[in-house]
Design a protein around this ligand. Structure first.
Ligand SMILES: *[C@@H]1O[C@H](CO)[C@@H](O)[C@H](O)[C@H]1NC(C)=O
Ligand SMILES: *[C@@H]1O[C@H](CO)[C@@H](O)[C@H](O)[C@H]1NC(C)=O
Length: 158
């Protein structure tokens, strides 16, 4: 059980190897920089089963190394329990949102607030596109979007 006053957030995308582990790592970094890591429970997960057990995409790993941010994650699929334990479930695109809304319908007493991470973007880029079929600059764009959104989310949520 999380300590009292602790908040929790789960970042979600299709496979949990490109976008959501980047968002998770960025948010961990922001929280660590503010010395409030003990106040947050942070994780990421997939809507699909495609990449379960795999580490983050190497292009995302390179991107995070370039920015000096640690990323340690092994892909997992979201579970019913996640809807009961996380305060926020933040996803990347409309397809993620549809999948999450379908899943939450099968869960009683979900407490999670399900939102697009991009809804926090001060630059109003609502959708964080999947960079899987893209190149390094697409991963950089994902990183920048995640950084802007996570900063704004952290300010709003604590
Ligand atoms: C966090 O802690 C470090 C080391 O104690 C300190 O240098 C830094 O100013 C703190 N940052 C904030 C935002 O409180
Ligand atoms: C990545 O791809 C886009 C178009 O798909 C292209 O405009 C851009 O120059 C490419 N960037 C790199 C770093 O290869």
């Amino acid at each position: 059980m999380a300590a009292e006053g602790t908040r929790s957030v789960l970042f979600v995308c299709l496979g949990n190897i490109c976008r959501s582990p980047i968002a998770e790592a960025v948010f961990r970094k922001l929280v660590a920089d503010q010395n409030i890591s003990d106040k947050w429970s942070i994780d990421s997960a997939a809507t699909s089963t495609y990449e379960i057990g795999n580490p983050p995409d190497y292009r995302g790993q390179n991107c995070m190394k370039k920015h000096g941010i640690t990323m340690n994650h092994i892909a997992r699929q979201i579970t019913k329990d996640d809807f009961l334990t996380f305060d926020y479930i933040l996803c990347m695109d409309d397809s993620n949102l549809r999948d999450l809304n379908r899943k939450v319908n099968q869960v009683k007493n979900s407490k999670a607030k399900i939102e697009l991470l991009g809804s926090y973007d001060p630059q109003k880029q609502l959708i964080i596109e999947d960079p899987y079929y893209g190149n390094d600059s697409d991963f950089e764009t994902v990183y920048e979007q995640c950084m802007r959104c996570c900063k704004a989310f952290l300010e709003k949520a604590h």
